[in-house]
Design a protein around this ligand. Structure first.
Ligand code: DON
Length: 585
């Protein structure tokens, strides 16, 4: 595939994910975080942040607030907030103990390895992204209710009350939110068109958007969460799937289980990085990146976003993403070389392969010998967004970092008729065909092939950073393949470069994922280092230049830092989005 084709495919994927929800990136000249004494909730939608804050003020802890925000975002941010998708929640309690909840979707029992291939063995366009076949078995309701039952203080009904109210009484749409609802994939399906687009009489700025069906479903869940997996709601979902040719059955729903997994833990310049384990690739790739970079004095090379820093960081990205594609998949179906990937000696060997003056072309990259098992073999052909993150800290110091998703913007586009919620298109995160990029341009290996009951590999990277046993940062972002580099850059910007958490959220992003061999820059990325990187030999893709229709930005960092001196909480809401909020008290 020619470079320009790949470039426009990437731009199209970004556009598909984000174009409808973006305001122009406008970092204020002196971005300052929101400060709060006791507790903080940061999310992409202000009503959802306020829902979390209200629960904290009612005596709920960070997990109660996370449950409230999770259900509220299913109402007020239907692009990605969901009950028809899945995700991850990382909890660090006030005693310093961490818990990681995996409520990622699972492939239905009837899923098969080649289900997205046509009769000629080619990936059938849209089959893994639009409509019935695109959905995995949703995990969000199981995940949020598990979190509430095991770690919350209030009742599920209390935690869900704000979401139910927002669905029943409605919320007021901003111009950007109203515009977002005009999404083309929603227009493909009558129920989605009716609910989100008033059958073509589109919602406008200032309209109150009510979702009575969703309110009724949420009320049923709040009374009996098992209804979603084993009761009448499960039967309604399965009947809907059967009618439309989908695969999800009552047996799939009944078999769904949340998994508590040990988080990945790494170290970076004296900070402890607590992050997402597989089936997310996020945490282990993040740790590998940071291990490689820990041997450099980045500030000595130049300031944040200088060409010299970006070069070294990009070379770490390239190397760690090579391992991502070759080795990672659902840990319940594969033995993954996580110890080797996190080994500082391996990172040192990778570091030694970085040329300080120029990029290593991905096609010439050789994995250091003697550390990793041989990767499963697969031929790479010669030719070669929407999720949401929220961060919460309560007055006792409990922290939650959570990223969950429908995958693409509004998921599969399909709303379950009688229940009023959108289903995910998470099946596209599997390897549809080895060597063929998914919607994020990721080329993935056999470890991530489709199998019944398997979880697709994710990049979601909810992360908590501590120093000397004390909470330092809560962070994460959406953005598909770009999530890991966004989180890595956010960590580097604060720990290495000393940016405040609002500057971190707003800093122009750069991304490299090994293949395609291309350095993506947001449109606000400064021109001078962009030119210097080009001169160094990078194939630079500054998004605004590539395609005027693409949004030119990606990701959405929703961050909290703890001021080490005053112990205040500092909230950083990504200013790329106009309707979010850092809410504290
Ligand atoms: O789990 C993953 O890595 C993807 N499904 C996340 C998708 C995403 O972040 C889209 N957002 N822009």
């Amino acid at each position: 595939m020619a470079l320009h084709t790949r470039t426009s495919a990437f731009a199209a994927a970004l556009s598909f994910l984000t174009s409808a929800i973006l305001a122009p990136a406008q970092a204020s000249p002196t971005p300052a975080p929101v400060r709060a004494r006791h507790a903080m909730v940061v999310s992409i939608q202000h009503d959802a942040s306020d829902a979390g804050l209200a629960i904290l003020k009612q005596g709920g802890n960070a997990v109660d607030a996370a449950v409230a925000v999770g259900f509220a975002l299913a109402v007020v941010f239907p692009q990605a907030g969901n009950i028809g998708g899945g995700g991850f929640m990382l909890i660090r309690d006030k005693h310093g103990k961490s818990h990681f909840l995996d409520y990622r979707e699972k492939a239905p029992a009837a899923a098969t390895r080649d289900m997205y291939l046509d009769a000629h063995g080619n990936v059938a366009p849209g089959r893994s992204t639009i409509g019935y076949l695109a959905s995995g078995v949703p995990g969000t309701v199981a995940g949020l209710t598990y979190a509430q039952q095991h770690f919350g203080k209030l009742t599920l009904a209390q935690d869900m009350a704000p979401a139910i109210r927002l669905a029943a009484q409605g919320y007021v749409l901003s111009a950007e939110e109203a515009h977002n609802l005009q999404n083309k994939n929603l227009a493909r399906f009558p129920t989605s068109t009716q609910i989100f687009q008033r059958n073509g009489d589109f919602y406008k700025e200032g309209d109150t958007f009510k979702q009575p069906l969703l309110a009724a479903t949420l009320t049923r869940i709040s009374k009996d969460p098992t209804d979603f997996y084993k009761g009448e709601i499960a039967r309604q979902i399965a009947a809907f799937e059967q009618k439309g040719g989908g695969l999800i059955t009552t047996a799939d729903l009944a078999a769904y289980q949340v998994k508590e997994r040990a988080p990945i833990v790494g170290n970076y310049h004296g900070y402890e990085i607590i992050t997402a384990p597989p089936p997310s690739s996020g945490g282990i790739v993040l740790v590998e990146i940071l291990n490689i970079l820990s041997g450099f004095n980045l500030p000595a090379l130049g300031p944040d976003r200088s060409a010299a820093q970006v070069h070294i960081i990009t070379e770490a990205f390239r190397r760690a993403y090579m391992d991502r594609g070759d080795y990672l998949g659902d840990p319940d179906f594969n033995t993954l070389p996580l110890k080797q990937m996190a080994d500082p000696a391996y990172a040192a060997a990778w570091r030694a392969s970085i040329d300080p003056t120029k990029p290593t072309p991905s096609k010439n990259l050789l994995r250091p010998a003697g550390f990793m098992p041989p990767p499963p073999q697969f031929p790479i052909p010669h030719e070669s967004t929407e999720t949401t993150h929220f961060s919460i800290v309560d007055a006792d110091g409990n922290a939650v970092s959570s990223t969950y998703t429908l995958n693409g913007l509004f998921g599969s586009g399909l709303t379950v008729d009688s229940l009023g919620f959108l289903l995910n298109n998470q099946m596209d995160d599997f390897t549809s065909k080895i060597g063929v990029p998914n919607m994020y341009g990721l080329i993935q290996g056999p470890a991530n092939a489709i199998a019944p009951g398997k979880r697709p590999l994710s990049a979601m990277t909810p992360t908590i950073v501590t120093r000397n046993g004390k909470l330092a940062f809560v962070l994460g972002s959406p953005g598909g393949a770009t999530i890991i580099t966004t989180v890595a850059n956010d960590i580097i910007s604060t720990i290495d470069n000393g940016l405040n958490i609002q500057q971190v959220a707003d800093a122009p992003r750069f991304h490299h994922q090994y293949l395609p061999d291309r350095l993506d820059l947001e449109k606000k990325f400064p021109l001078e280092p962009a030119e210097a990187l080009k001169a160094m030999g990078y194939s630079v893709n500054r998004l605004a230049v590539a395609d005027e229709k693409n949004p030119g930005v990606w990701g959405d960092s929703e961050l909290i830092a703890v001021d080490p001196k005053t112990h205040e909480l500092l909230g950083g809401h990504d200013s790329r989005r106009s309707f979010g909020k850092a809410a504290g008290y």
